[in-house]
Ligand binder design. Structure first.
Ligand SMILES: CC(C)(COP(=O)(O)OP(=O)(O)OC[C@H]1O[C@@H](n2cnc3c(N)ncnc32)[C@H](O)[C@@H]1OP(=O)(O)O)[C@@H](O)C(=O)NCCC(=O)NCCS
Length: 376
């Protein structure tokens, strides 16, 4: 049987649902969360404020922000059973595997796990956002043979992540830059991990299951894993004077340059534009202008040779490196931010649910006569 219905490999260009959460507008090079431009949010809002916007539908006033922040702080700790589980795992485990395993244990301790009502989902989402720093930093530290660091209730979400990762009070400027990158990562329409989370919860499975699906989907190098690969590439290039030749050689041998290209934006990712601009100052203030210089040569060469522009994962790669963050946790950091978007999408999915169940074109064999096993 053949089908005449439209088919688009990778679902490119296919409209798979509706959302009020974020809008990617490639024609205007813009990304908005609930109508707010990403540049305004990244330059002026806290990660807590943007999370509130995603979950509650509007930016918080001062009192609402204080209350939401207090709840996030109160919910930061993770069950000691998760810490024990992390200790039982092999050293140097993949941090995304650790995050997925830790998240998969949370429902056993969440009193509202099976309640998919709007209010319960918002409360669960808040708890998930609050616990992601501990899930990531405790898992990572234990896998490196270190003890977890207890959170500091006086720190913001971004500061506290850096503190519980390194065990040292973070520099205020570094924490602000870090927070800005988190805001850029919060949401991005029906990206692969968000879509995976929506598919999972469209069966009326619970929020935690949706978040676990999303983490697994984010792990791949064509999605969240690209920021780690981009930094490995920069390190392989090694110095500013080798950058152009390295890219030309990579293109000649048909290598994909990580942190470049995008399914939606073909003329520039607004998050990349913002972070490349801000990254210049970060690199120079923190004493490493060479990464910004190398980045610009890679960008110019890619643009000249292929007309392909950087996506958000390119500047975050060298910004995180300059901030002293270990490369293997760049993708968990993406998840640290995106969990707010995933959770908001799951709430939206449950609030107006319809099972997501597309069709496929059958390309297998035609009718075959069945033969019992002893006659094959
Ligand atoms: C993001 C990505 C998967 C989008 O892919 P897509 O919309 O399916 O685009 P395609 O992979 O079909 O690419 C179209 C063309 O551009 C080329 N291209 C796309 N991204 C490229 C890259 N990063 N480096 C080199 N060439 C690239 C492809 O090779 C292809 O060339 P061809 O037509 O000669 O075969 C792709 O650009 C990519 O793999 N980028 C690297 C990974 C990455 O940074 N991911 C993070 C996304 S936020």
């Amino acid at each position: 049987m053949t089908t005449t219905q439209a088919y688009s490999p990778g679902l490119e260009g296919v409209i798979a649902g509706e959302t009020e959460l974020s809008h990617v507008n490639p024609d205007l090079n813009s990304l908005v969360y609930r109508g707010y431009d990403i540049r305004d949010l990244a330059n002026h809002e806290s990660f807590e404020g943007v999370s509130y916007l995603m979950l509650h539908g509007k930016l918080p006033n001062k009192v609402q922000l204080e209350e939401f922040t207090r709840t996030l702080v109160k919910e930061r700790d993770i069950p000691t059973d998760i810490i024990d589980m992390y200790r039982s795992l092999p050293k140097n485990s993949n941090p995304m595997d650790l995050l997925r395993a830790g998240t998969a244990m949370l429902p056993f301790y969440d009193p509202e796990v099976g309640d998919n009502s709007h209010d319960a989902n918002v409360r669960k989402a808040t708890r998930l956002i609050a616990k992601f720093p501990a899930l990531i930093t405790a898992g990572y530290r234990i896998s490196q043979g270190k003890d977890p660091v207890a959170h500091d209730p006086d720190m913001t979400h971004a500061q506290n992540f850096l503190y519980t990762l390194h065990g040292e009070h973070p520099d205020e400027y570094a924490a602000n830059v870090f927070s800005q990158t988190l805001i850029c990562y919060v949401d991005h329409g029906y990206n692969a991990s968000t879509f995976a989370g929506r598919v999972t919860t469209s069966t009326l499975s619970d929020m935690h299951s949706g978040i676990v699906s999303a983490i697994g989907t984010l792990k791949g190098p064509l999605h969240g894993g690209a920021n780690e690969e981009a930094m490995k590439m920069m390190l392989e290039i090694g110095s500013v004077d080798k950058a152009e030749a390295w890219v030309l050689d990579a293109l000649a041998t048909k290598k994909k340059i990580m942190g470049f290209g995008h399914r939606a934006y073909k003329t520039g990712d607004p998050r990349a534009i913002l972070l490349i601009e801000n990254g210049k100052e970060v690199c120079s203030r923190l004493g490493h202008p060479e990464w910004d210089e190398m980045g610009r040569i890679v960008i110019d060469t890619m643009n000249r040779e292929k007309g392909i522009l950087p996506n958000v994962d390119f500047p975050t790669a060298y910004i995180y490196y300059v901030l002293g963050l270990p490369i293997e946790i760049y993708t968990p950091i993406f998840a640290l931010a995106r969990v707010a978007g995933w959770a908001a999408h799951i709430i939206e999915q449950h609030d107006g649910n319809r099972l997501i169940r597309p069709k496929a074109i059958y390309k297998g064999a035609g009718y075959q006569e069945y033969t019992p096993v002893d006659r094959r």
